[in-house]
Design a protein around this ligand. Structure first.
Ligand code: ADP
Length: 509
């Protein structure tokens, strides 16, 4: 072979080798691209399978071609119920025109992003969804289908609507609504707060709540906080607050904790009602009651003295008819005097003028006296009280007498058919527990929690049993001033038992 021929042959080989090398690298490039595409598709598949959003694809005629698990969760249909079906199955009739509009937008190269609308579920519910719609294109860029991502925003929408509604209420209510953080720094301030306290939101947000609290009440805040920390709500707490002008106003506060999603308390919300007018009205009523009761007391005392004089005279003359009539009259006067005492006590209590002077008190004596008066008022009840030796408590004698006489007269009044009234008095847990039980009409559980409110009377009881609804209120308040609490155990038709405990006083105290 000639040299030139050989050279030609060699260069032919080199060219074929280069071509071969080129082919090999092209093939390996293709393999890597294929591998990458496969990986990408696997990742996409995993996302589609696990996302919380419904991902649906459809062809240009609106026929569904894929349906992911979230679509099943949100709309209720299985994939084989939907693939091959028209997308219109999910669209409420009045929204069918949306679909052609989406298509023309996509054709112009625009995407549909976060379009909020309504869709139908398998069980016929309309849910709020946010749609993101994109075209699916072939290699040449031609649109061959559509992919839709639908997010169920029903809860979000409801929450937003609820927030908007709450915000509107807070803006328009007549009550002060303030929120503050745990350090007592005000974080929100509504228009009513501005109206009542005189400060604007700008002046108060970022300021301490103490700005509104009078000096002598500054210790209320830590107490309220510790109550809330124990999970107790503060409801209708009546107190005083100070305005920008320096005037003191009466407010009723309802304070609730503001919690984060984990239930941790992150702040407090306060609703304050201006009750200055209500308090003034109450004051006027109290003054009226005090004056009337006082005016009634004077003539009654004199009537009582005359009755007692006449009674003495009749007893000397042994005139049974007069003795009987005058004894009855005396009992009625006593009843009236007790009622007036109750009214005067209520008015004192409301003015904050009721004071407790604790001394060593012979409880047995008070009970015996009250029972004696009770026997005079009622002959068809059998009183049971057993005491071998005197029991002493540390209390205000007059106030405890008022408590016991109210409970015994209720036991008589609310057991119109008679029966036993027992007074039990014994040492229990280092205290003296007193319980007064009757066999009367009893009290429904719903009423039991209201019994100790001022002027509360159980409805639908015998119309002949009259009263004002202040006896038990007084009882509870007097006991509270003694650091004690009244308890009731009762069932309709099964009688009632009222009980409380007082500090014991030893015989040597
Ligand atoms: P009043 O007897 O003047 O109505 P109270 O404050 O003493 O007022 O009592 C409040 C209500 O509690 C009464 O109206 C009555 O319905 C109920 N009540 C009180 N004591 C008893 C009792 N021993 N048995 C049944 N009901 C009672």
């Amino acid at each position: 072979m000639k040299r030139s021929e050989l050279q030609h042959e060699i260069s032919g080989y080199a060219a074929r080798e280069a071509m071969l090398n080129h082919n090999i690298s092209e093939q390996s490039h293709l393999i890597t691209s294929l591998q990458l595409a496969e990986e990408k598709s696997a990742i996409l598949n995993a996302i589609i399978e696990s996302t919380d959003d419904a991902i649906i694809s459809k062809d240009l005629n609106g026929i569904i071609t894929s349906w992911n698990p979230a679509a099943k969760r949100i709309f209720g249909y299985e994939p084989d119920e939907m693939i091959g079906q028209s997308i219109l199955k999910l669209i409420p009739l009045d929204r069918h025109t949306e679909e052609p509009k989406f298509l023309s937008k996509l054709k112009k190269g625009n995407r549909v992003d976060h379009f909020e609308t309504k869709r139908l579920t398998k069980d016929g519910r309309q849910i709020d969804v946010s749609l993101t719609i994109s075209p699916v294109k072939d290699r040449s860029g031609k649109i061959i289908g559509i992919s839709k991502i639908a997010r169920d925003i029903t809860d979000l929408k409801q929450a937003t609507e609820k927030t908007a509604m709450l915000a509107a209420i807070v803006e328009s209510t007549d009550d002060v609504v303030i929120s503050k953080n745990l350090q007592g720094i005000i974080t929100s301030w509504n228009p009513a707060a501005q109206r009542i306290f005189g400060y604007t939101a700008d002046e108060m947000i970022g300021e301490s709540i103490l700005k509104l609290i009078p000096d002598d009440r500054k210790d209320e805040e830590p107490k309220i906080l510790s109550q809330l920390a124990k999970g107790k709500k503060v409801d209708h707490f009546e107190t005083k607050r100070i305005t920008k002008m320096g005037t003191l106003i009466d407010v009723s506060l309802t304070i609730s904790p503001v919690k984060d999603v984990n239930g941790k308390i992150i702040g407090l919300s306060k609703i304050a009602k201006d009750i200055t007018d209500k308090k003034l009205e109450q004051q006027r009523k109290n003054d009226f009651i005090a004056i009337v009761s006082h005016e009634l007391k004077t003539p009654l005392t004199s009537i009582k003295s005359y009755i007692q004089l006449l009674l003495l005279k009749s007893k000397k003359e042994s005139d049974p008819f007069r003795i009987n009539a005058l004894t009855r009259a005396e009992n009625q006067v006593k009843k009236m005097v007790n009622m007036i005492h109750d009214f005067l006590s209520v008015s004192k209590l409301e003015q904050g003028e009721m004071t407790i002077e604790k001394t060593k008190v012979n409880l047995t004596e008070i009970i015996c006296q009250t029972i004696e008066e009770g026997t005079l008022l009622s002959s068809n009840h059998e009183f049971k009280f057993q005491s071998d030796e005197a029991i002493y408590v540390f209390a205000d004698a007059n106030k405890i007498e008022l408590v016991i006489s109210n409970l015994i007269s209720n036991a008589i009044k609310y057991a119109p058919n008679g029966g036993a009234i027992s007074v039990d008095c014994r040492e229990e847990n280092e205290k003296i527990r007193i319980a007064i039980a009757d066999q009367g009409i009893g009290i429904h559980p719903d009423d039991q929690k209201n019994l100790f409110k001022r002027f509360y009377r159980v409805k639908n009881i015998d119309q002949n049993i009259t009263g004002f609804g202040i006896g038990l209120y007084l009882v509870a308040e007097i006991l509270l001033l003694h650091g004690a609490e009244i308890a009731v155990k009762s069932e309709p038709g099964q009688g009632s038992e009222f009980s409380f405990s007082l500090d014991k006083a030893g015989s040597s105290d």
